[in-house]
Design a protein around this ligand. Structure first.
Ligand SMILES: [Zn+2]
Ligand SMILES: [Zn+2]
Length: 763
């Protein structure tokens, strides 16, 4: 019997069709027939199992209709196989739905993953507040071995902790065996409930009231000049548009508070995005004092329903980290991304979105003003011609005095030069304070010449080689080429090549040896592991019960510190040799921040910058307080070598359990990419025109596969591929098509393919 494919809306029993998105790197939907037996159970947001090619996948229904979409024949449609249990996705607004699709397209990510970003989280289930502790009978049962085997693991887990195991932790494991074990152990009186136990999980800190973790904020917002506010108000008439506010924190906060107040008075809300959680908490506190409107600190635990209600009731300020860019607010007038250069704004997992770029997508949808705030803007933002720049004008006497010390002329390899040692001595004698800054990123494993600061680099990629001690080899992380260890320095011929850097611990020992009477405090990754100890340490920082503070970039990730008399930058170059094309840019940012830890010169502020590369453009720019020296030379280098923002990168990863099979798959992906991108490059006409003036930007190259360093989650091994070129649209298009081929060729779960468009951290 022929099947009538015309829409049959007039029949209540007409077949129903579902638009389903599947966990593949495809930003489109597939139409399935809803079998009559499932019609009552399939709703929008429902997770369903569908046949897909030769396999089945779990997808999500995002639309239902009784009208068959044009061009489809019902006889060709496959039917939904079954309905999955568990929570579906629901409650997202149409605008956010479209935003998720745009993010999926932009970042070549599975749409379903992006949809999860905008779907309001399910209302949090109330967590039980008690813990289970082992009784003395329980401990006896353990010793005597009288606990049945099946319940033994849980009893052991509980007995191991003096304060007990929280009921929430056990509940979240969702294992039915645990529930049975609990009932059994409680009945035996081997465990009992203990009320009011405190958990120190960091997620609680996220959800805690703004500012409770923080000491008194150190911030004196600078009132913005009348012309600046006039200019910004004019830009607000021309929304959507974006502007860069280039200045120190106090300057930015001054403008932020005034601008936020203006937008709120117009009845629209303000969304502020900051990379670091604690910095966001601090900012919430500052703005709460500066404006008369409610400030909400967004955290993952916030109920979406409350968020929607808040949006309807009154305009408000919402502050959060990168995922807050998807916060369901109605009518946004201002989005402010502060510290736009912070790599924490880029999501490290798929979908690899960058909150700075998603902010622009959202601002355009909301007709909002987008502000990028930074004390050292990224080359990406500076290079976008349409972004207006409002720069703080700093008087020369607002800077500290800076001295460059050429470490290649110092003898003996001691960490402190004679100049720095003398300055420290004078500072301690005057009962002033000193900060010694070390760049933690320097320890990523490069090799450096102790005499001249030369670092072996890949000839074609210009990034520092990674040094593998075990195999005594140098490997390029971008293209995978290898070299044996050089005997002597390639620049000065000396034979003092060694791995970079001294740790903060070694510096602390040296300071204690030199200044036995001084009070010394150290802030780095090792001393700031626990939440409680970190808070205590920062209270000490602010109470100023120290003479010398030794710190890494951990110093810049929280509330600001009052400036001191002396800042010593111990190894200013170390960050330059990180195998990353942004190494110089990151080093510049850190050094600018470190310099700002010293008081202005008229108040006795002094910075001593130790470097083996005093002529490097980063050192020259920092010493002269002139960022233009850095930016001008850096953009030239990026153009020469074909790196962003001049060219674009897409970073691909294949991971699987079997190293050899994964390599074969990676090699096949490279071949597909070659076929689609390199052999017959398809360029969009506009890109062709703009590129013809710049011969370096021509063409797309595919580098790799390169074996990933280390083992991934669940013991997988990865291979990386890098696509590099000037035509972003053509690159994305080719990568998407190659990915479809790969996912069709490997339909099972043997391999995971992931895509990072505009990568920030590669490795
Ligand atoms: Zn040398
Ligand atoms: Zn290379």
């Amino acid at each position: 019997m022929p099947i009538d494919s015309r829409p049959r809306t007039d029949y209540p029993n007409a077949p129903m069709f579902a638009d389903v998105i599947v966990p593949r790197h495809l930003a489109k939907t597939f139409t399935y027939l809803v079998p009559p037996s499932l019609v009552s159970r399939v709703g929008v947001g429902q997770r369903v199992v569908v046949p897909f090619g030769r396999t089945t996948l779990e997808g999500a229904v995002i639309g239902l209709t009784r009208d068959l979409p044009g061009g489809l024949n019902v006889s060709q449609l496959k039917a939904i196989a079954s309905v999955s249990d568990g929570d579906g996705l629901s409650g997202f607004s149409p605008g956010m739905f479209e935003l998720s699709r745009q993010v999926a397209e932009e970042y070549i990510a599975p749409w379903g993953q992006c949809l999860r970003l905008v779907a309001p989280p399910a209302r949090a289930v109330a967590q039980p507040k008690w813990s289970y502790v082992a009784t003395s009978q329980g401990r006896l049962a353990l010793e005597q071995g009288s606990c049945p085997e099946v319940h033994l693991p849980l009893l052991q887990r509980i007995a191991r902790r003096k304060k007990g195991l929280s009921a929430g932790t056990i509940q979240s494991s969702r294992r039915s065996s645990d529930r049975q074990a609990l009932l059994f152990l409680e009945a035996q009186q081997w465990i009992l409930r203990s009320e009011g136990a405190v958990s120190n999980r960091p997620s609680r800190i996220l959800g805690s009231k703004a500012g409770t973790e923080l000491s008194t904020p150190v911030c004196v917002p600078i009132a913005p000049a009348v012309e600046v506010m006039q200019r910004l108000q004019m830009l607000m008439q021309a929304c959507p548009t974006r502007v860069l506010i280039d200045g120190v924190l106090d300057y930015r906060v001054g403008i932020m508070a005034r601008l936020a107040q203006l937008v709120l008075e117009q009845g629209r809300s303000v969304l502020i995005i900051i990379g670091e959680v604690v910095r966001a908490q601090w900012m919430a506190q500052v703005l709460q004092e500066a404006t008369t409107y409610p400030v909400t600190l967004q955290s993952r635990g916030v109920s979406g329903v409350d968020a929607e209600l808040n949006g309807k009731v009154a305009p408000q300020i919402v502050i959060g980290t990168r995922s807050a860019i998807f916060y369901p607010l109605r009518s946004i007038g201002l989005i402010w991304v502060d510290g736009e250069e912070d790599s924490a704004l880029k999501e490290p997992q798929e979908p690899h979105y960058h909150a700075r770029e998603v902010a622009w997508m959202r601002a355009q949808r909301e007709f909002a003003l987008l502000v990028y705030g930074s004390a050292h803007p990224s080359l990406e933002v500076r290079s976008v011609g349409e972004i207006e720049r409002v720069a703080q004008c700093r008087e020369p006497d607002s800077f500290p005095q800076i001295e460059l010390v050429d470490m290649s002329r110092e003898y003996g390899g001691a960490p402190f030069s004679a100049t720095l040692t003398a300055a420290l001595r004078a500072t301690v004698a005057q009962q002033d304070r000193a900060i010694l800054f070390l760049n933690r990123r320097g320890y990523a494993g490069a090799l450096v010449c102790r005499d001249c600061g030369w670092v072996p680099r890949c000839a074609s990629c210009a990034v520092a080689f990674v040094y593998y001690r075990e195999s005594a080899r140098l490997v390029c992380r971008y293209c995978g080429c290898r070299e044996s260890l050089p005997e002597i320095c390639g620049a000065c011929g000396a034979s003092r090549l060694s791995p970079i850097g001294e740790g903060t611990e070694r510096i602390e020992q040296e300071v204690r040896r030199l200044f036995p009477g001084a009070r010394i405090l150290r802030i780095d990754r090792d001393t700031t592991r626990g939440v409680v100890s970190t808070r205590r340490l920062w209270q000490q920082v602010h109470s100023r019960t120290w003479d010398i503070l030794i710190g890494t970039q951990a110093l810049f990730q929280r509330e600001p510190i009052l400036p001191v008399g002396l800042v010593g930058i111990v190894h200013a170059d170390s960050g330059l040799h990180v195998p990353d094309f942004r190494a110089a840019e990151r080093t510049h940012q850190l050094l600018v921040d470190a310099v700002d830890l010293a008081r202005p010169a008229p108040s006795g502020g002094r910075v001593i910058l130790q470097t083996a590369l005093p002529m490097h453009h980063v050192m020259q720019a920092v010493a002269a307080h002139d960022p233009a020296i850095f930016y001008d030379e850096e953009i030239q280098a990026r153009r020469m070598l074909g790196y962003p923002p001049v060219q674009h990168l897409i970073y691909l990863t294949v991971s699987g359990k079997d190293r050899r099979l994964t390599e074969v798959a990676a090699q096949r992906w490279v071949n597909e990419l070659h076929k689609m991108l390199v052999a017959a490059p398809s360029r969009s006409a506009s890109a062709q025109q703009s590129l013809s003036a710049d011969p370096q930007s021509q063409g797309i190259v595919v580098l790799g596969p390169v074996a990933a360093t280390g083992v991934g989650s669940r013991g997988t091994l990865g291979w990386h591929i890098m696509v590099k070129g000037g035509d972003r649209t053509a690159m994305r298009d080719g990568v998407r098509r190659s990915l479809e081929t790969m996912e069709r060729a490997y339909p099972g779960r043997t391999f995971k393919f992931s895509v990072d468009v505009d990568p920030v951290d590669m490795g």
